[in-house]
Design a protein around this ligand. Structure first.
Ligand code: AGP
Length: 615
């Protein structure tokens, strides 16, 4: 989720672009850069690290004054956060500059073709290929908008592109597919940005570009076409948010924004992982297939929500690979003197990539000779850097302390690793892998459907604002979902909550059940392992007979639970192992609403930090 700004008009392009990037600072980033057009020449500056590093660079080596410019803050997906990988990217002649948000799935193929035609590419990014392709097309069309249309028709994946060419000094061109881009219309000036926060200081008159559209900005107006060159309509609107609201995309909190971003986060995490033959390709996994075939055990280490993702991953890894998988709290792991060797694959799951407990656990594992694969959302952070391989989630920056979209993308990444291990070890045939990947590809829409039915969950949460305790029950992959639902309620609503394996109830916890006690029950699909389903329906009957107020999360069409559910929350049917991807969402919404009605700081709960860098 990078930040993009483009400008053409009478103001200093550098000033407008830098101020816009500052407004997009909340989007998180690991590098930043700008380019301006002055006297027929392109001048660019880019630096790894925070925006302040770029500001220092510009203070030491100012760019010439120009009135056309583009800028970018990068949240790395392909290529570490370095100066060379920072945007903008230029062609070899330095006549084209481009910035990009998204993932170009076929960049490797395009890169190879360009190098065969003599282009020299110097970064590890997918974006750089676009600068060279635009230069080629422009040399034939002498029209940047047309060049952009021709290039976009060759790209696969999700992308927002903004570019300029030294031969067209008062023009900025943008394009989008599956990634946001908005236009600001000023008086004799025009803006492009990832979101309106970047230009509402100048204008509140905006256009939202549609799918597969190209926009050409000039001082006297904008022209919008499809990738095919035919005129197209972009939705005009007036921005009525203030800057703070704009950073949250109009949501009341980053937490709500990030819950809503989950369908796209799931979609983006799957992008670029399937090759032309439909097989899984986890190109960042630098542990060889032969080494992976030698593994006889998997150990997952993580904390908090990431630990819950690991608990769910265990079911998938053991099911797909038939090798044992242990899941360990990172803070306990190395103190129990675990049995580790070169045949143990350790998977470290971390959103921030800086959690000290998890970092120390993986260091211990590597000292014992084990290979470590990191699943991480923050490119270039410490945990992936100290691992043998990494699979990045593409949730984009997660600002709210309570993890939501990172959790869902951790699950997606865990399923992909489990499938990859099965594919490499031959315990999963290609068609079986492709079938699961097809199911995963439907999950984004399923999550979207759940998000559209959450008003009764919010009303229920508000009705429980004065409660002190909520219990959560689940079986199989629903048990870690129960743990995650309890954690969300603890860290957001400051309410006592506890998750249990439903089968464990009769071994003690059922003594907690009393009249009116709210108990959330995550019900497995009746289509899967019906034994599990029947048993949890019995559990619901048991607690209801003792006065519990049952809040049942169950699949559409599951009628067996209806007589015992005081509140019934429906989720779309999914394959058994994938149910956590949809069952977790109502629990996130429930906890967030309870925290809100209690007046808590939803994005920054008390006593918590987004990244726990102490043991
Ligand atoms: C989850 O909502 C919490 N913010 C916390 O449990 C978090 O998952 C844990 O601290 C691990 O963080 P990491 O994923 O950045 O390693």
């Amino acid at each position: 989720m990078c930040g993009i700004v483009g400008y053409v008009g009478p103001q200093s392009a550098l000033d407008v672009v830098m101020a816009g990037l500052k407004r997009l600072e909340y989007r998180g980033y690991d590098s930043a850069g700008v380019a301006v057009l002055a006297d027929g020449q392109l001048a660019a500056a880019k630096k790894a690290g925070k925006l302040v590093n770029l500001e220092k660079e510009l203070a030491e080596r100012p760019l010439p004054a120009g009135w056309t410019g583009i800028g970018h803050t990068r949240w790395a997906t392909h290529g570490a956060p370095t100066d060379a990988n920072a945007h903008p990217h230029l062609d070899n002649a330095g006549r084209v500059a481009v910035v990009h948000n998204g993932i170009i799935e076929n960049f490797a193929e395009l890169r190879g073709e360009l190098m065969e035609r003599g282009h020299e590419l110097t970064s590890e990014t997918d974006t750089e290929v676009v600068a060279h392709l635009l230069a080629e097309e422009f040399s034939a069309t002498a029209d940047l908008a047309e060049a952009m249309r021709l290039v976009c028709r060759r790209l696969k994946g999700a992308f927002t592109l903004v570019a300029m060419h030294a031969d067209e000094p008062d023009v900025v061109v943008g394009a989008r597919r599956n990634s946001p881009l908005v236009v600001g219309i000023g008086d004799g000036e025009a803006f492009l940005a990832s979101d309106v926060a970047a230009f509402i200081a100048h204008t509140r008159s905006a256009l939202e570009l549609g799918q597969d559209q190209v926009v050409e900005l000039r001082r006297d107006g904008v022209t919008v076409t499809g990738f095919d060159g035919r005129p197209a309509e972009a939705r005009a609107f007036t921005v009525d948010w203030d800057a703070a609201a704009a950073e949250k995309g109009g949501y009341a909190s980053f937490m709500l924004k990030e819950i809503a971003e989950q369908p796209k986060a799931v979609f983006d995490t799957l992008l670029g992982r399937i090759d032309a033959e439909g097989n899984l390709t986890l190109d960042e996994v630098r542990i060889s297939a032969s080494e992976l075939r030698e593994m006889d055990k998997v150990v997952i280490v993580a904390c908090g929500t990431a630990f819950h993702a690991g608990l769910i991953a265990k079911y998938a890894i053991e099911h797909f690979t038939r090798i044992p998988c242990e899941v360990e709290l990172a803070s306990e792991f190395r103190y129990r003197d675990p049995i580790l060797d070169a045949q143990t694959l350790v998977i470290a799951i971390s959103q921030s990539g800086e959690t000290m407990d998890t970092l120390m656990a993986l260091r211990h594992a590597r000292e014992q000779g084990s290979k470590v694969l990191a699943i991480c959302n923050t490119n270039g952070s410490t945990i992936p850097r100290e691992s043998d391989a990494v699979l990045y989630t593409h949730a984009g920056p997660e600002v709210a302390v309570a993890s939501t979209k990172a959790f869902l993308t951790q699950l997606v990444a865990c399923y992909l690793v489990a499938l990859y291990l099965g594919q490499v070890r031959g315990t999963k045939w290609g068609d079986e892998v492709r079938a699961v990947v097809r199911d995963l590809a439907q999950i984004g829409d399923a999550v979207e459907r759940v998000l559209g039915t959450m008003e009764p969950v919010r009303q229920l949460a508000r009705s429980l604002a004065d409660r002190n305790t909520v219990l959560f029950l689940g079986r199989h992959v629903g048990y870690p979902v129960a743990l995650e639902g309890a954690l969300k309620l603890k860290e957001l609503a400051y309410m006592h909550a506890e998750g249990f394996a439903a089968g464990e109830l009769k071994h003690g916890p059922i003594a907690l059940i009393e009249e009116g006690l709210p108990v959330v029950v995550v019900v497995p699909s009746p289509r899967g392992r019906s034994l599990l389903h029947d048993k949890i329906v019995s559990n619901i009957q048991e607690i209801r007979a003792r006065g519990a107020r049952t809040i049942v999360i169950a699949e559409e069409g599951d009628e067996a639970v209806v007589p015992y559910a005081d509140h019934l929350v429906r989720i779309p049917p999914t394959p058994t192992l994938l149910q956590p991807l949809v069952a977790t969402v109502p629990l996130q919404v429930f906890a967030c609403e309870l925290a809100t009605v209690r007046g808590n700081a939803v994005d920054q709960p008390r006593n918590l930090a987004k990244s726990v860098t102490v043991e």
